[in-house]
Every structure is written in structure tokens, then in C-alpha cells.
Design a protein around this ligand. Structure first.
Ligand code: NFS
Length: 674
């Protein structure tokens, strides 16, 4: 069994209790050690990161390098004379690397968005029969952003336009956003007016999505852009093309085709897998296939077929953002987040793992070799070299047929289990599926139907502010520890948390996504709001592309009034405590450029270029209203966010209301009747 994995030998075994705070993960790591199967936790123990690369000061953009520019031991004294063979400074190198990370992140989210837009258009043309318009209200709501009319005039009366006609035009317009040859992205108009003005004035309005990515690749080629500020201007334009472009369109079009999420109950963690069921784990990002697999696994003929094979049913679970996609729309429970992907196979009960794009570890193939698990790649752009991997290319024209074929393959594999099944019995209840629309419903005014009640509670100080805590796991930090500690500290201090991505899965696994968590973990103000309206203190807003929901929720807060005129005025901040992917850097930059103070954990690839760092972490605030920061210590991290929220409350003149909340119950009651 160890054969397939013998390439990596841990010099010292990791102590499971030291690398994660999740008992299910600890249990599976012990099991892996018993079976002599290495996981990402072991590899992180054996291979240390490059001390220069981690600081962002290694340039490998031409074959004269790689040029490495380590900081002098005693720091920079006087002028920084470090340079590469061509003369590139540390700032240029770090900015090029940073911009390339943004380009890659934008490409990943936006190519996902392109796939969705193309399928949406195919659906509208009748070429993808298994996809439907599930949310026509949302389609009508977003059509005007593309300049698509939702009414037609008949005899002087405005009548509702045919929904299929609207879909066709929206699909055509959306697809063009990737390569339009004039003007700017349509969705930029959704941002608050002052923010749009700021982008115009600073010259960072994205033109088309593909162009901004290409231009970064050009500008970071050897001998092109050699000014870190100018490089980051393009980095910003590209990041905005993601957040207010590709990712936002992905979210909207997915909502229309698969349903706009509404809060629903589910569970989270490896304990959702069932020994007596066929277990299918979907992993990756795009819901185009996974949504079909949900439907296929619920079809009676396949459930009957599973029973014929001796299973009690079919258990579907998700890993990474695909998990969030099918959780928020169908209540399918996540089996885990990024660092748990190998562990789902090590349970011995994973009959098929179906992957598409992004955040899929190649070592899954090696782990799958040790078990009966069928590892199935489905996307033409994401295949694996290992021979045991099966490729079933997904074709949206035959979506349901492909999904059924995959589910049947998993069922046929049920009786091939060869290792002892060991599923850790840990899972937590959760409520997920929040969004711009459901926040309006839960925290909106009774009659106004907007964010009035949310704003009111921020102004009166029961809610101190808002924090978007998002992003990945990183094997260089303790699994889930930073994210969970930060979120607990924030809600303890009355900060309402919005979460997405693998951090959202962590919140679910650790029991923070239930309304009852409010009484246990929240400060008095936030607890009161959560208990009154019946929401968790941390709202699960979906996958990483759904960070666009956070931007739009913030815009709604601005529109509802009383908290300034722009996102940057809000008592709000962003954070990715355990970030690891290039997508996270892109997200961070579009948050910063949207006016949000954004703190990352772990370490940032700017440490080796102090001037560039200063530009991102200080100067950007003067340009966009938001700026970067990095704080690996979770408690300090949370308090940096809280200090920023308090700074914004003060600027808005609402800091006094907050002080009253901190008084006794009588004072709070007095505040409530004012
Ligand atoms: Ni976001 Fe989703 Fe997870 Fe990180 Fe990867 S799954 S797109 S990148 S690891 S949160």
C-alpha cells in the first residue's frame, strides 16, 4: 500500500495535534501514518519554503536568472542597491511577481466565469438542454446592468419581455465581456458612484477581462514595465476585472441557472461520509457539472441501482469551493476544505472523487492508488499524468448523461472497497446559503425591503462592523486555527462576519454557522441581533467567486444610508487568514481597490521589497481608500480589524453609540427605545 507514495519520506512524523485543530483531520492523519501514506501535512514538514521566494524577490522571468535579491542581514542601510542582471530592483521584481499572481487569480476565477457564461448562452440558444433558468427574477434584475431591456412596449404599455429573449441577450453580452474592444466592463456601474469616479480618475477601469490578464503578462515580461507603481496600477485593473467582472458574472449566471441561494441547513466535515452508502466526493470549483451530479445522485433509478449493489443510498459530499456551490443551493454537506482532500480518500469509503479545476492536489492520484477510489478528472484543461486517473470529459450539451455515467461508475465501485473503512465520526450542523438577497430578507427593514435594519444596528453599535473573512487553508499554518480564532475574536467583539471559500467550510466544521453559536461566542450586541432575527453570527456567502456577493452586500449597505457614501467609509474590513492561492491575492487586491482594509495571515511576498510593501500597505489607502496588511498572529489580526472598524466608526461619528452598547443592560435597553 505504501508503494505508490514512497517518493516522499518524512524525516520526522508530524504530530496530528500540532498541524490541525480539527479532530476529524487528526484522526485521518493518524490513519494515514498507520498506512504509511504521505499527505500534504507530511510534505510541508519535509520541504521548507524558499526563504527568498517567500519574500517575493526571486525573478525567473528570463533565462539570465533566476535572480535572487535577498535582503542584507542588517536590513537596508541607505540606498537599496540590490538589482538583478538586467538591473531590475527588488521593488520591480516583487511587483512583477505580485501582478502575475493577480493575473493568474483573475484568470482562474474569470475562466470559470467564461465557462458559465458560455453554458448560459448555450442554454439560451437551446443547445444545453439540461440547464434551465431557475431564477427568472434574478435574470430580470441583472439584465439592465448589461443594458438589456426587460420590458417591451405594446400599444403604449410596458409589458414583461419574454424571459428567453432576455436570457439570450444577456448571454451574448456577458460572453463579450471577456474580449470587448471598446469601453469598460458593464458591471463596474454597480459599484457606488464615488468608487467608480475614483477608478476613472486613477485610470484603473478594466476594459475587458482577457485584455487585463494579457497586459499583465506583457508588462511583466523581461524589459517592459519597471515601475512598481505602474505595475500595480495594471494589477489593480486586472483584479477589478475579476471582482467586478468575471467572478461577479459567474455568481450571477450560476444563481440564474442553479438557483439563488437561500439559507438552508446542512452539516460539515468528514463525518458526513457514510460507510454503508456509495460516497461520491466532488472537488474543484465549477458547479456546471457538480450541480448535475447532485441531480443524478438524487435520481430514483440510480438510487435503486445503488441499493441493488448493496448500498443503502448515495452520499454526496464536497471539497473546496465546489462544496460551497452545492451546499448553498442544495444543502449537500462539505466533507472538508482544501487540506482535507487527501483525507477524504484515506477514509477508504470514497468510491469516486470527481474533480474539475483549481485547488486539486496532484497527490490525490497517489493516494487514490492505495485504495479502490476512482479519481475522475472532467475538464479538458485539467488532467493528471498518473495512469490510475480516469478522464471523463464533461460536455455541457450532454450534462446529465455525463453526470449519470460518473455516478454509475461510483456505484459500480462500491463493492471494490479493499481497505478497512474508517470514517471519523465528526461533523457539525450548519446554516449556509446567505447572499445579498437573503441578507436583505433577514436584516432588511420590514417595509423598506433594503438593508435599513442592518445599517441601523451598525449605527446604534449593536453590530460594531462587518468583516469578510475568506480564503484557503495553507499547510504552512495550523489547519483552520487562524481562521477560527480570528472569527471567534471578531464575533466576541460584535463584528458580524461574512465568509466564503475554505474558511467558510472551516466555520461550518467548527460549529460557528448556527444561530445558537451567537449565545456562546458573541458579544452582547451581536448576540442580540442574531437571536432576534435568527441568523448565525457568521454568514456563509458561498464560494470564492462569490466574494462578489460581499462587494455587492457592502454596496447595499452604502445605498441604505447613514454609513457614508462609499465602501471605504464603512466600518468594515477583509481578511484571508490562511491564504495560499494566487486567487486570494487577486481577491485581496480587488478588495483593497474597492476601499477595503484587507489583512492577510501567514506571510506576504512583499517582505523582501520594503518600498513596494509600503506602497501596498500605506500609500494605497490614499489612492483607493483600502490598503493591505499582514498579521500571522490571529488575535492581533482580529484586533487590527477591530481597530480599523473603530477608526471608521469614529470618522462617521457613530463611535459614541458603540460606547453605550458596552454599558450595562439598562443602558442598552435605553438605547433600544430611543
Ligand atoms: Ni478559494 Fe476555492 Fe479553497 Fe482557497 Fe482553493 S477552494 S477558490 S482558492 S483553497 S478558498
Amino acid at each position: 500500500m505504501a508503494e505508490a507514495n514512497k517518493e516522499v519520506k518524512a524525516t520526522k512524523q508530524v504530530d496530528p495535534a500540532e498541524v490541525t485543530i480539527d479532530p476529524a483531520t487528526m484522526e485521518m492523519l493518524r490513519r494515514a501514518q498507520q498506512l504509511k501514506i504521505d499527505t500534504v501535512f507530511d510534505r510541508a514538514n519535509v520541504m521548507k519554503p524558499c526563504a527568498i521566494g517567500i519574500q517575493g524577490i526571486c525573478c525567473k522571468n528570463c533565462a539570465m536568472g533566476p535572480c535572487r535579491l535577498p535582503l542584507p542581514k542588517d536590513g537596508i542601510q541607505g540606498e537599496d542597491t540590490r538589482k538583478g542582471l538586467c538591473g531590475a530592483t527588488a521593488n520591480t521584481i516583487a511587483a512583477r511577481n505580485f501582478a502575475r499572481m493577480i493575473a493568474s487569480g483573475c484568470a482562474a476565477h474569470s475562466d470559470h466565469g467564461r465557462g458559465v457564461a458560455e453554458t448560459f448562452l448555450a442554454m439560451a440558444k437551446g443547445h444545453a438542454k439540461d440547464y434551465k433558468i431557475k431564477d427568472p427574477i434574478k435574470l430580470r434584475a441583472i439584465a439592465p446592468h448589461f443594458g438589456v431591456a426587460t420590458t417591451v412596449e405594446v400599444d403604449g404599455r410596458a409589458l414583461d419581455r419574454d424571459i428567453n429573449e432576455i436570457a439570450l441577450e444577456v448571454g451574448q453580452k456577458a460572453v463579450r465581456e471577456w474580449g470587448k474592444d471598446h469601453g469598460f466592463l458593464d458591471y463596474l456601474k454597480r459599484a457606488p458612484q464615488p468608487l467608480q469616479e475614483k477608478w476613472k480618475a486613477t485610470g484603473v477601469m478594466p476594459r475587458s477581462i482577457d485584455r487585463e490578464i494579457v497586459e499583465i503578462m506583457h508588462r511583466t515580461h523581461m524589459g517592459v514595465d519597471q515601475d512598481y507603481k505602474n505595475l500595480m496600477k495594471q494589477g489593480t485593473r486586472c483584479a477589478l476585472a475579476d471582482g467586478w467582472g468575471g467572478a461577479m458574472m459567474a455568481t450571477d449566471l450560476q444563481d440564474i441557472m442553479f438557483g439563488t441561494p437561500t439559507p438552508l441547513q446542512s452539516e460539515a466535515n468528514l463525518g458526513i461520509m457514510k460507510a454503508d452508502h456509495v460516497n461520491i466526493i466532488v472537488h474543484g470549483h465549477e458547479p456546471l457539472l457538480s450541480d448535475m451530479i447532485v441531480a443524478a445522485s438524487q435520481s430514483q433509478d440510480l438510487i435503486d441501482y445503488a441499493k441493488q449493489q448493496g448500498a443503502k443510498g448515495i452520499q454526496l459530499g464536497g471539497i473546496c469551493c465546489t462544496a460551497n456551490e452545492i451546499l448553498q443551493r442544495h444543502g449537500v454537506p462539505p466533507a472538508g476544505n482544501f487540506l482535507q482532500q487527501e483525507l477524504a480518500i484515506i477514509t477508504g469509503a470514497c468510491d469516486a472523487m470527481v474533480v474539475d479545476v483549481q485547488c486539486v492536489m496532484q497527490n490525490l492520484a497517489n493516494v487514490a492508488k492505495c485504495f479502490h477510489t476512482k479519481l475522475i478528472t472532467t475538464h479538458p484543461i485539467a488532467r493528471m499524468e498518473q495512469e490510475n486517473v480516469i478522464h471523463i470529459q464533461f460536455d455541457e450539451r450532454y450534462a446529465m448523461d455525463d453526470a449519470k455515467r460518473i455516478v454509475k461508475m461510483a456505484i459500480d465501485n462500491y463493492n471494490n472497497r479493499r481497505a478497512e473503512v474508517m470514517i471519523p465520526q465528526y461533523k457539525a450542523q450548519q446554516i449556509a446559503g446567505f447572499g445579498v438577497e437573503s441578507i436583505r430578507y433577514h436584516l432588511g427593514g420590514t417595509f423598506r425591503g433594503d438593508y435599513y435594519t442592518l445599517n441601523d444596528n451598525i449605527i446604534n453599535g449593536r453590530i460594531r462592523g462587518l468583516a469578510g473573512i475568506v480564503g484557503c487553508n495553507n499547510a504552512r499554518t495550523v489547519h483552520n486555527e487562524e481562521g477560527i480564532t480570528i472569527m471567534k475574536e471578531l464575533i466576541k467583539n460584535d463584528v458580524l462576519v461574512l465568509t466564503t471559500g475554505c474558511n467558510a467550510i472551516a466555520a461550518g466544521m467548527h460549529g460557528l454557522l448556527t444561530p445558537s453559536a451567537a449565545a456562546v461566542y458573541c458579544g452582547p450586541g451581536l448576540a442580540e441581533v442574531c437571536e432576534t432575527v435568527g441568523i448565525p453570527p457568521i454568514l456563509h456567502l458561498g464560494s470564492c467567486v462569490d466574494n462578489s456577493r460581499i462587494l455587492l452586500a457592502a454596496t447595499e449597505v452604502v445605498k441604505a444610508g447613514g454609513l457614508g457614501k462609499d465602501i471605504t467609509d464603512l466600518p468594515a474590513a477583509g481578511s484571508a487568514p490562511e491564504w495560499m492561492s494566487e486567487k486570494a491575492i487577486c481577491i485581496g487586491q480587488y478588495f483593497v481597490a474597492s476601499g477595503v482594509y484587507t489583512v492577510f495571515g501567514y506571510s506576504m511576498p512583499w517582505e523582501g521589497a520594503p518600498t513596494f510593501k509600503n506602497y501596498l500597505c500605506k500609500d494605497m489607502e490614499n489612492i483607493y481608500g483600502g490598503m493591505w496588511d499582514c498579521e500571522p498572529d490571529p488575535i492581533k489580526h482580529a484586533h487590527k480589524i477591530i481597530a480599523h472598524i473603530d477608526k471608521k466608526r469614529k470618522a462617521l461619528g457613530i463611535d459614541k453609540a458603540r460606547e453605550r452598547v458596552l454599558m450595562d443592560m439598562a443602558a442598552r435597553q435605553a438605547l433600544a427605545v430611543e
